[in-house]
Structure formats: structure tokens, C-alpha cells
Design a binder for this molecule. Sequence first.
Ligand code: FAD
Length: 461
Amino acid sequence: AFSSCRPKVCVVGSGPAGFYTAQHLIKGRQDVEVDIYEQLPVPFGLVRFGVAPDHPEVKNVINTFTQTAKHARCNFYGNVNVGKDVSVQELQQAYHAVILSYGAEGNRRMGIPGEDLAGVYSAKDFVGWYNGLPSCRELSPDLNCDTAVILGQGNVALDIARILLSPTDILKKTDITHPALEALTESKVRRVLIVGRRGPMQVACTIKELREMVKLPGTRPELVQADFEGVAQALPDLPRPRKRLTELMFKAAVEPPAKDEQERRSKASRSWGLRFFRSPAMVLPNPDGTKAAAIRLAVNKLEGSGEAARAVLTDEVEDVTCGLVISSIGYKSLLIDSSVPFDSGKAIVPNQMGRVQQAPGLYCSGWLKTGPTGVIATTMNNSFDTARSLMEDLDSGNLDMSAAKSGAQHIRTLLEERGVKPVTFSDWEKIDSVEVKRGESTGKPREKLLTVENMLQVAWA
Ligand code: FAD
């Protein structure tokens, strides 16, 4: 399948998936051109708006993404909302291939009474708030209570617990937003309970995040010894990462602390705890019904063991007084354009190795492809796989290359007609340098701009 025209490809979304897919294509073929469309004026998706502010090392991937964006065969178009400003079909007409990498912008709901009361937030919004996601700017969560309950025991839950309990002296040196830092400085939250449906041997977090909790200055662990019954006996047979994680938890819960640790704990003014075998049943309102005052948890028992163990409800319930409830039970991909095949049960685009089923020329990568699990490295690998599938299709002639495509030229005309002005990568670099400068006076790596309006102003100044 010989063709003389250059393959023009576009990527929708500029998170890790978008950038890693683009990188692999550009590296793998000397002729392919890649345009990246992003709804926000700023790139990098959850690396900017998800990853915790006190984990700056994780954000180093931005350097690699920047190299890709500056490659001669790559272009970035921010401030373009695909599905609204331009349709996926229009992109398909303008490009030989379209790769959907727009992540998981929705959140799974608990589906319990009281979920919409004031004081109840999704992890996605809460994280978006402290990380400066424009749509979450006005969340202003009420931190005027003693106890916060987080539902879910994955890394996102632990990130939130850590941010809620960290001494603000630590946070003020990060890129956490100024309003969040102020709110956390005033926060009355002294106790955070992290609730999971199953037991200590089924938690979804990783050891790094748990160790950070165990060592968090000014806090002590509050774990229930009885939850660890049988754990010591099961330890030797656990697979290695799970074993180390469980050992760490077991030690913190059951073993008497050494003298200096005991001293550290006795001085701590804040605490965190993992609560096992509990499912959220309802959020209970305060007397005048205006906001959350407690959460009712249903007590579970485990059936089976290991990773496959199931939580089964008992008749027992337990009420925990708390003014702040954060549900951290998962993100969820959304359908952005009705022409795209979508499996609403699994909330992913149905695909084989990144090839969208029954849609030649359409591909997907990242959380939209796999569902919202896995770290950046996982996302990188599945994005490389998608790029490989696309290149195979180019080699085999499975991708229609019979006509030259107009690419960004045509799309830019459409956008102009619709009054949409894209943000280029050098525009973003202006935003970047303003943010870095704003941070300098207070010793922060950056002080993020918090509204789209503000970002655009700086980009086009
Ligand atoms: P995203 O990063 O979400 O990128 C999707 C992009 O698409 C976004 O920029 C979005 O604005 C854009 N988009 C959405 N809709 C449209 C549209 N209609 N048109 C145009 N663009 C659109 N991993 C780690 O390795 N270490 C960590 O410390 C870590 N911390 C995390 C903390 C949190 C709170 C979360 C949620 C995840 C964390 N992860 C971490 C996981 C990591 O963020 C993901 O693996 C990765 O970001 C997924 O990449 P993605 O590109 O699929 O999605």
C-alpha cells in the first residue's frame, strides 16, 4: 500500500496518554505529523490537575511531554473542546487517523441517600480544587469540622487524606493553589478516616503512599487491631508487593511502637485511620437538613480470600460523625461525541489494542481505553501499544491513505468560523512563565492561574 502523502494524525486530549501516543508515533515514523487538541488552555491533564502537589517528582514527565510538543512534526491546540467546538467526525475528515485520549472526566457516584448534601464531595472535585482545575475553583469546601471521612482506599484517597492532614508548612512550598492553602491553614479537620469495603489485604493503595501516611508529621495512625485478625498467618503466602504493603499496615496497627515513635505519636495533634469492612449506606444531615453531619456505614463480612474476596453486607450499621465526606471510588470516562462507539457499562471506548471497534481510522489510548486505573507508567505502555497498532495499520494498508488530508488547516478554519481561538504551545509557555514568576515571591514552584479567562488573557497578551 504505497502512498505519497504524509500521514496526518490528531490526538484528542493532552494528558499522559495523548503525549505518549504522539511521542511514539513521531519517533516510530519519520513522516507522520501529529496535532494535539486539548479543551483547556493548558496541557498535561492529570499531571497538572490530579497528581498531588507534594509529589513534584511525578510531574517531571512534563519535560518529556514538552520535548514532544516542540517537535517539528507536532502541534498543540489548546482551548479546543472536541465534541463541542469541533466534532470527532470533522476531525476524521481532516485527518487520516484520530486518537481519542481524553481521559476520565466524570466520577462514579456512591448512589446513596444524602450524597448531594453540602459537605459531600467527589474526590475528583476535591483534588481539582486544591490543584487549580478551573471548573472546581468555586468548590470552597467547608473544613470547619473535626472529622473527615473518605470513601475508598486507593492512592487518590490517600493523597486527599495527606493533603488534609499535612502541616501547611510543607504544603506552602508546593504548587497547591493559594485559596486551598489558605483554607487548609484555617482547617479544623483533625481526624481523617479512610474507609474501604474489604479488609487490609485488599486495599488498593501502594506502599509509597501508605508509608507517607505512617510518617506524616504531626499525625498518628488510628487502626483497629481486630481488623488484622488472621493477617499475620496469611502474610507469608502473599505476593511480594502486597506482602510489603500489608506488613507496613500490620506493624502500624498491631506492633507496639518504639520509644521515639511512641513519643512522636503522643505529641501528634491529628490522626488518620483506615476503616475496613464498611460500605457507605447514607449520609445523615444535620438537624436543619442543610449539610452532612454523619455517615452511616454498613458493616461487611468477607467471602473468599485474597484479591478476589467479596464484601457481603451484614445487618449491622455504624454511624460516624463527620462534617466532611469525600467519595473516592473512581473516575469515569464520558462520551464527548455521540458518533463515537461507547460502552456505557464499562465507561470505555470498546477497542482492540487501541483500535476502536467498527470505526476504521479511530483509535483510543489512556484511561479512556483501559478505564480509570493505573499510574502514568501504565498509561504510557498502553499508549505506546495504541501507537504501534496505528503504525501497523499504516504499514499493512489498513488505514486509508488514498487521499491527502488538510489536517489542522481545515480545522483551524472551522474553529475561526465558530469564534474559537486555539492556544498554541508557545502561548502555554507564556502562561507557564507567569505562573512560575507568581510563585517565586512565596517560594512556590508556581502559583497557578485559576480561571480559563485569566489563562487566555496571559496567553494572548
Ligand atoms: P488525563 O490525564 O485525564 O488527560 C486527559 C486530557 O484530555 C485532559 O487534559 C483533558 O482536559 C482533556 N480532555 C477531556 N475532554 C476533552 C475534550 N472534549 N476535548 C479536548 N480535550 C479533552 N499516576 C502516577 O504515576 N503518579 C501519581 O502520583 C498519580 N497521582 C494521581 C492522582 C490523581 C488524583 C489521579 C486521578 C490520578 C493520578 N495518577 C498518578 C494517574 C495518572 O494521572 C493517570 O494514569 C493519567 O493521567 C491518565 O492519562 P490520560 O491521558 O488517559 O488522562
